[in-house]
Design a protein. Structure first.
Length: 398
């Protein structure tokens, strides 16, 4: 804040640096929640910063140049106008991109490092957890992201080659507390395993988790959570392409694996992850009571056939109460020729949401062979088929 002059701008710069460290040539990030197939819940700028889009752009303009379109960015003679970042909206893909001004950022970071530290401590001994000290000052947010926390040789090494023994590391209090390790396991189980498996905490595994938390994730649970989320968005890593392979915790803790995933390899982003579940099989954002209440409401509905109720219950049990309410509370469901399920969502946005979450298993063990999602708003018609003998093509009038 001392140098940038704004807490929110300092926090935005911190996040921009983090994402750029993974994708130095530029990256996309949505400004606010939307129905885009690549959007991930709680991962837009306004959700991360808990602010309105107007507040985001007001802060971003202090450190970056905003271009109205990709064409404007590419045609501009001075793309950054002396600022640290530039952004543009790609109208072909409906995504907002952010580009780093490498020369300006490096000069800025050098200036930050050269300035006296008000705390009187050497900067080399300042905390490395950028997530926990995100907006206290420009120096504390930027420096940990600008320089690796460990050397190149160590980054390239797997945890199997650690110089310390598993017993040493599992007892080392400088890495991570038992509570942190427990939370890391809970996040992995909820996001990657879908709450279906129990992870045995051996001394060897605890050692690898501690070293990963310190050396690869800057002692930041937020970064570990994002890492787990990334794995869950890959069809290959989730075993949906090659049945003989699925990412395991031990494999995901190797230095080489972490680096490749952070660089976006293994098809990261080509899969819609299911809602996070705890090891007890309960949706993280839902309580058992909520799911039971929704199930009772479905069963009490007097104007729907049992086959429709069974479909609603299947969606509820697979995706949770919050997910169900958002998509189906205002959705009318009908049956045509006994084998076709017709869904009429209350809005175009809801129709797209249902379509993006659709999986083939929803029609298993039911009398329905196909499903038709249709929604009309004026001249715009959303028309999508799923299942056998699909009745034609996709969404129209987009």
């Amino acid at each position: 804040k001392r140098i940038i002059g704004c807490d929110r701008a300092a926090l935005i710069f911190d996040r921009l640096e983090f994402y750029s460290s993974r994708q130095p040539d530029g990256f996309y990030k949505f400004i606010e929640p939307n129905s885009h197939r690549l959007y991930k819940k709680d991962d837009s700028w306004t959700e991360l910063l808990a602010c309105h889009r107007t507040s985001f752009w007001r802060a971003f303009n202090l450190i970056g140049k905003k271009h109205a379109s990709r064409w404007n960015f590419e045609q501009s003679k001075d793309k950054f106008e002396g600022k640290l970042y530039a952004s543009y909206y790609d109208r072909l893909t409906n995504r907002m991109f952010f580009i780093r001004n490498h020369e300006a950022v490096e000069a800025f970071l050098a200036k930050v490092q050269a300035e006296p530290n008000p705390s009187g401590c050497s900067r080399s001994h300042q905390p490395q957890n950028a997530c926990l000290i995100a907006s206290t000052s420009a120096s504390s947010t930027a420096l940990p992201l600008a320089s690796p926390s460990v050397g190149t040789e160590q980054n390239a090494r797997s945890y199997m080659e650690s110089k310390k023994t598993s017993s040493d590391l599992s007892k080392d209090k400088s890495h991570a507390s038992d509570e942190i390790i427990k939370k890391m396991i809970e996040l992995w189980t909820a996001l990657v395993e879908g709450g279906k498996s129990q992870i045995e905490l051996t001394s060897k595994r605890i050692a690898f988790l501690k070293q990963a938390f310190k050396d690869k994730f800057d002692s930041c649970l937020e970064k570990w959570e994002k890492y787990c989320q990334d794995i869950a968005t890959s069809r290959f890593l989730m075993g949906e392409i090659k049945s003989s392979f699925r990412a395991t915790l031990d494999w995901a803790l190797k230095f080489e694996t972490i680096q490749k995933i952070l660089e976006g390899n293994y098809g990261i982003g080509d899969r819609n992850p299911l809602p996070a579940m705890s090891a007890a099989g309960v949706f993280v954002n839902d309580s058992k009571i909520e799911i039971v209440r929704e199930a009772e409401a479905i069963q009490e509905a007097m104007n729907e056939p049992q086959s429709v109720k069974a479909f609603r219950l299947k969606w509820l049990n697979k995706f949770g109460a919050s997910n169900y309410r958002e998509r189906f509370k205002t959705c009318v469901i009908e049956v045509a020729d006994e084998t076709t399920l017709i869904l009429r969502p209350g809005s175009r946005y809801t129709a797209k949401l249902i379509s993006s979450w659709w999986i083939e298993a929803l029609l298993d063990d039911s009398p329905f062979k196909r499903a038709h999602i249709i929604q009309k708003e004026g001249d715009l018609v959303f028309n999508k088929w799923f299942g056998e003998s699909q009745g034609g093509g996709g969404a129209t009038g987009a």
